[in-house]
Design a protein around this ligand. Structure first.
Ligand code: ZN
Ligand code: ZN
Length: 117
């Protein structure tokens, strides 16, 4: 493999993983965190919360402190468990039902999704 090709492959992989960690257009913060943490784990920071905010609600500068006050003090999994505790009991990750307004921090209504399924 030439260096050029190696670089191209590397760039493509980086691009791919970047796309995999992109929140869906109407994906809520809770479903995004669940998806990212189960896929990539929590690194003890709010990196996924911040990523979601940067891409979906860039003006919500107070989002992290607000979530911290609601129990998500140190990292993404705390946000998930303490701020959004009412996730339905399930073995699989449910697809996000979608929020009405893109960038809304309110979790989507997964019960609605289940009823219609
Ligand atoms: Zn954590
Ligand atoms: Zn959702």
């Amino acid at each position: 493999m030439t260096d050029d090709l190696a670089d191209a492959v590397e760039a493509e992989l980086a691009e791919l993983s970047w796309r995999l960690t992109e929140p869906g257009q109407r994906e809520c913060l809770r479903c995004f965190l669940l998806r990212m943490i189960s896929e990539f784990g929590c690194d003890g920071s709010h990196r996924w919360t911040v990523r979601w905010r940067d891409l979906r609600a860039p003006r919500a500068t107070g989002l992290v402190p607000r979530l911290q006050r609601r129990g998500g003090c140190c990292c993404d999994c705390e946000v998930m468990f303490n701020v959004f505790p009412e996730y339905p009991a399930t073995d699989v990750i449910l697809p996000c039902a979608g929020v009405l307004r893109a960038g809304s921090v309110a979790p989507c209504d997964l019960r609605r999704l289940r009823k219609s399924a």
